[in-house]
Design a protein around this ligand. Sequence first.
Ligand SMILES: C[S@@+](CC[C@H](N)C(=O)[O-])C[C@H]1O[C@@H](n2cnc3c(N)ncnc32)[C@H](O)[C@@H]1O
Length: 295
Amino acid sequence: MATAPEPTNPRAPRRASFQAERPYGNSDALSGRAFEKLARLVTEHTGIRLPASKKQMVEGRLRKRAHALGLDVSGYCDSIFESETPSAEFQHVVDAITTNKTDFCREPDHFAYLTGHAIPSLVSGRQRLVKIWSAACSTGAEAYTIAMALADLSGSYDFRFAILGTDICTEVLAIAARAIYSQEIIKPVGADWQRRYLMKGRKLPELRIVPELRQRVHFAQLNLMSAQYPVDHDVDIIFLRNVLIYFDKETQRAVLGKLLQHLRPEGFLFLGHSESMVGTELGLREVGPAIFQRK
Ligand SMILES: C[S@@+](CC[C@H](N)C(=O)[O-])C[C@H]1O[C@@H](n2cnc3c(N)ncnc32)[C@H](O)[C@@H]1O
């Protein structure tokens, strides 16, 4: 039976609690000014907006790296500001600040469109190489989901495919290149695909993408804020999902403008479902939910 909470006595002494030692004291936080400076630097370099509401999140994410170097967060940021141009250490800031949430088979209607419409319309009758770019690929779940979907189709259509995954964050790119994932992460992959496209190690509980798919997927670091992208200009399909949300409108338009220079006419662009509004302004044909085709 539920019991009513005891009334609290405002004059009762506060219960003392044990505090873990805080070796870094109050300087293990950023001043408002230091946060603004860091946010400006991050936005300039990555496009990612960091409003004041993200201060605690940023401090939390930088603390681990700062402490590993024997610094508090404030001292760590000072060391970042010391160099005129972004230093090698700045990559650690980028790795800490990027949000890399991803899943296998995320937004599944996109993969249904890919296999049911996009590939059939692109390859119809011609034997050729289909190029696909996952332009903010995180740990590779998106790129390997595409690979599984296309490998499934290879019995029905005569085509080969090559997938490029790019991201600004080096930590996720290392995971993508290893292609080893926990059972928990693999859960969204259906049993049939798991049987065909994942292999079990003899000792570890993790699963690895099979070599036949791994050899068709390559990863490289690419910052969408770069003036130019070192990527072919005849890409058939670009996935740019769940990254534009971190940029402001102007940056979203600039990134999409550059990206579309790499998409061939009749090629397809897949955006995240919450980003489809940006796509509608591009003068592309909207052919599905957050799916666009270049005219
Ligand atoms: C939320 S994840 C999305 C992953 C995947 N596309 C998906 O939808 O599941 C966003 C990714 O964008 C990357 N990113 C953020 N800013 C970037 C930039 N300027 N250039 C390239 N990648 C960036 C992050 O590192 C992160 O891995």
